[in-house]
Each structure stands twice: as structure tokens, then as C-alpha cells.
Design a protein around this ligand. Sequence first.
Ligand code: SAM
Ligand code: SF4
Ligand code: F3S
Length: 450
Amino acid sequence: MVLKLTQKMNKKIFIKTFGCQMNEYDSNRIFDTVKKIGFTKTENLDETDCYLLNTCHIREKAKEKVYHEIGRVKKNFRFKKKPLVIIAGCVAQAENEEMLKREPYIDIIIGPQSYHKINNKIEEFLVKQKKIDDTEFDAVSKFNYLDKIKNLSSKVSSFLTIQEGCDKFCNFCVVPYTRGPEYSRPFNEIIDEAKILSENGVREIILLGQNVNAYCNQNFRLSNLILEIEKIPEIKRIRYTTSHPKDMTEDLINLYAISKKLMPLVHLPVQSGSDKILKLMNRKHLIRDYINIFEKLKTINPKIEFSSDFIIAYPGEEEKDFEATFDLIKNIKFINSFSFIFSPRPGTTASNLDLIDKKISLKRLEKVQRQLFDHQIVMNKSLEGKEIKVLVENKTENNNKFFGKSEYMTSVIFDGNEQDMGNEIKVKIKNSNQNTLIGENLSNSEQRVA
Ligand code: SAM
Ligand code: SF4
Ligand code: F3S
């Protein structure tokens, strides 16, 4: 039954988000939606009427984290009227009924493909006071609905989901179970959303998908989308994440030769440097294929740098497999990468495999992370004394300085001006550490980048 709201609610919603960029994008779209029925956002838990937790299921303790968070909310509202509690995201999708049974404080469970129904679900709950679980897979209806609600993001850098779900079924990963089959949004709707974002002040668009380079809608591929978005004059930078090596097609690789706005940082998760482990993971490619992509891109543009995701101590990883990963890291010199110890996820093929000893796993992780951090430090040090292009995002928290991002996504801090926000400026790097570059803004001395 669909209920109709007769009057706007005038209530506050507190949204907390765990997980990947897509969850961040989703949380913003959920807010754009509930705004329609009168919700405003609050950062103050004490005053909220509705608490929404957007969850992530990718690694261990995901469930426990959710119950821990609910525990905190319960404590907070012990002597007050309980807020409406909604659990969204990938844990909601995976655990649904289980959660409602275990934690009566939860009122609504809503999966990632059902956000378009959130207003009806809230209304239904308020009228009937009956727990709700909506975890159907229906990406088409979701995007059909969300396309009609403007994406109100006005940040300088904004996410834009173009593809959702995954058909690859890597043996370790929950995403195909929590986000469902691959779905690519229609080309024109994405371009419309990009135009709205640019009108709102967005200057960098980060195209999102669990398998973003598998995007395919009526023969339009990711490369076509990037070229079309590039035509929007206000958009200065384009990025995409997360890609799979198997979908690094020639058209996408060759785009780096012609695109003027595609940034020279390629985030391409490899997970392991050993062919044996890649096979055990069901990654569907060899290390040679990965190195071929790297070499082609470096030939097209030597400025391109790579970042990646690594899973360390996957079941069956022997010392020689680990050394192969370590050698790959040293050869490619990845920057800005993520590395995690394998975490068995319920329902996946790898969930019951024999785990590698914890001490050995930790030692391997530390070794890999030290090497990855070293690359970042060396890369950042190499920029000291140089002028780089920075897209100015905002003031720092203490309002003292401004910050932005380099072409390689590294944070840059400098003295700025309000009017630089949203512009690409030149900054001379004076100092650096592992995560940040500190520099002098040259935009005042007539060196503004066109
Ligand atoms: N689609 C991307 C790809 O194919 O590489 C990855 C998306 S996944 C949301 C992000 C990262 O989480 C993965 O690249 C992987 O390194 C990590 N990850 C996923 N499942 C994991 C697990 N069971 N244990 C540890 N890390 C995991
Ligand atoms: Fe998960 Fe990525 Fe593999 Fe899909 S391709 S199953 S999202 S790791
Ligand atoms: Fe987590 Fe779901 Fe993203 S499991 S990483 S929130 S797709």
C-alpha cells in the first residue's frame, strides 16, 4: 500500500556513513529524497528525530560495528523519546531479517536498491508502527526515481554513480551479494546529472561504480561518458573509481592520449602480485595483463601514476606469493594505495578457507604498507620546490588556510583567497609529508592556470 503524505514533517535526520564512496553518494541522495518530505539534516545526535546508519559489509566486524553504533544511540536516548532508526547499506542487505530480530531498536531496514522507496517506508512506519524490511534488488526503478530528484551536491569535488553492482564474483568479496547484478545507468541521465552538478558549483566529478570501467549502456562505454562530460566547460577534472583490470579496454587506455580533463592517477586494484593467488581469488587475469596495462599507459603519458588495493594473506598465500606482491609494488611504485588483511566474509566462496597465521599476516601487511608509504613520501618529496596545479576545495577546519587536491589526489595546504575556491591554481610546494603537501599560492602573482 502506498501512503500519501498530507503534510511535510519538519523533522531532523542524522545520517552516519561507513564504507566506500558509493555509500557516501547514496547517503547524499537519501538526504535529497527525504528532504522532499520535510527532513533537514543535523550533525547533532541529541536533537535528531531520525537516525540513519548507512553500513558497509566489506570486512570483518561489520555487523558488530552496526550493533555498537545502535548501542550508542540507545544510550543517548535512554531518557528521551526514541528516534526513528533506519539501517541502510550493505550490512542491511546481507543481514536484513536477522537484524530486526536481534535489535528491536531498529525500525526500518532498507537495502541499497530500495532507497527510492524510503519516503514511503518512513510514512508507512509512522502510520502502522510495524517494522519494515525492504531489501529487494531493483536498480532500474531506483535510478528511474533518483533521476527525477536533483542531485544537490555543491561541493567542488562530487561523486556521480554511473554503474552499480558486480557480476565478477571474486571469491573473497560480498559486493555481488549486497549490491546485486551489474547495472549501468542511461548515458543521457548521467550527463544531465553532471550538468546539474556543474550548475551547483561542482568542478571535479568522480564517476563511481563497483566496476566502473565495465560501464556499458546501449554501446556507450566509460570512455564515451568521460569525453561527453569533458565538454561541460565548468568541469575541470574527471576521475573514475573503482576499476577492474579485466575491463581496462583499449578505448579507455587510449583516452589518456586525448582527454584534457582526465586526471593522471589510475586507481586499478590488483589485490596480489602472484598469478596463483589471482586464480584462487577468481580475479580472471594474470599479472602480465596488469603490467601490459601499466606499460601502455606509461607510454601514452609518462606522468601517469598508479594506485591500487591489496589483499594480504589470502588463504594459500605462501612466502613466494607474498614476495611477488612486494616485487610488483616496488616495480610499479604505486602511490595512495589501500592494503588489508584478508577477512572471510559470510556467504562468499572464500569464507571457510584456512586462514594464514595472524602474526605472519600482520608482518606481511606491515612490510607492504611501509613500502607503499615510502613511495608516497618519495613522490611528495620530489614535488618540493616545484609548481603544481591544485583544484581549490575549501578552507581548512581552523579557517586559517585553504586546501585542495593535486592531480594525484594528494591534499595540498596553502594561503588562499575565497575567490580561488573551485579554481585550478598554481602552488609552489615548500614542504611535504606522507599525506600532505604544503605550498605557496602563486595565483596572486598573475600565475593563475587557465
Ligand atoms: N571492484 C573493485 C575491484 O575489483 O578491485 C573493488 C571493490 S571493493 C568494494 C574494495 C576493496 O576492498 C577491494 O579492492 C579489496 O582490496 C577489499 N576487499 C574486498 N573484500 C575483502 C575481503 N574479504 N578481505 C579484505 N579486503 C577485501
Ligand atoms: Fe568485489 Fe570488485 Fe571482485 Fe566485484 S570485481 S567481486 S566488486 S572485488
Ligand atoms: Fe562496503 Fe558495500 Fe561499498 S560492502 S565497500 S559499502 S559496496
